[in-house]
Design a protein around this ligand. Structure first.
Ligand code: ATP
Ligand code: MG
Length: 217
């Protein structure tokens, strides 16, 4: 087949990435290879409607950590489309904006972990969103795969959602656990790329006390 006549297959990996870890990277890479995607676009969310944390990294820091993490993978790209915006950002608006930059024959695959799929009906204009792009609902430790597959079947039936279940290797890693470990000065080695670990240290992220300020007291 003439390569000009087929569209590009693009994955979208949205997340707070506070910080990005091997759970995110493994998920994106598994889906990239199994669905033969041409690239995966990592989109750090601007301000997530569901999240507000006292010790969170700011959006520029989350963007920079994501940039560092994907550096070694030529198929991974990053977009600042959400962090450039003020206020809360929504997947539906982001997807529509990205679609405008693509050709009609290009296809988008929104990559999401099981916990996100279970909450999908709390997203803005979710019914439109799940018809607009293909969704990939990936298994994640902490969510029963049967519950995930029931939810996917229901979303398909109820809204005509274009959504598929994908089994990915189980990595029980979460940003919440990493932030907590950093705060408690426990090791986070092998949970995330070394470059991101170094960035967290250099920028004193997720600590209660900035060590310099602490010493000056
Ligand atoms: P937090 O604990 O702050 O919520 P998180 O680890 O859940 O962070 P997010 O940035 O919220 O990370 O997740 C972005 C996307 O990646 C979501 O769709 C989530 O389900 C998925 N994801 C995150 N970690 C994993 C993992 N270990 N395995 C599979 N999917 C994951
Ligand atoms: Mg999460």
């Amino acid at each position: 087949m003439d390569s000009e006549s087929v569209g590009r297959r693009i994955g979208i990996m949205g997340g707070t990435f506070d910080p990005i870890h091997f759970g995110h990277l493994m998920l994106a890479e598994q889906i990239r290879t199994s669905l033969h995607l041409d690239e995966v676009l990592f989109i750090p969310v601007g301000k997530a409607p569901h999240k507000s944390l006292a010790n969170a990294a700011d959006k520029m820091q989350r963007f920079e950590m994501t940039q560092l993490a994907i550096e070694s993978n030529p198929f991974f790209k990053i977009s600042d489309i959400e962090i450039r915006q003020k206020g809360t950002t929504y997947a539906i608006d982001t997807v529509k904006a990205i679609k405008k930059t693509l050709q009609d024959k290009d296809e988008l695959f929104f990559i999401t972990g099981a916990d996100a799929i279970l909450q999908l009906e709390s997203w803005k204009e979710y019914a439109e969103l799940i018809q607009l792009v293909n969704f990939i609902g990936a298994t994640r430790p902490g969510v029963d795969p049967h519950e995930l597959s029931d939810q996917i079947e229901r979303l398909k039936f109820q809204y005509g959602a274009k959504i598929e279940l994908s089994y990915v290797p189980a990595l029980a890693i979460s940003s919440t656990d990493i932030r907590k470990s950093v705060e408690e000065e426990k090791s986070v080695k092998y949970l995330l790329p070394e470059s991101v670990e170094a960035y967290i240290q250099d920028n004193f992220l997720y600590r209660q006390h900035h060590p310099m300020l602490y010493k000056m007291k």
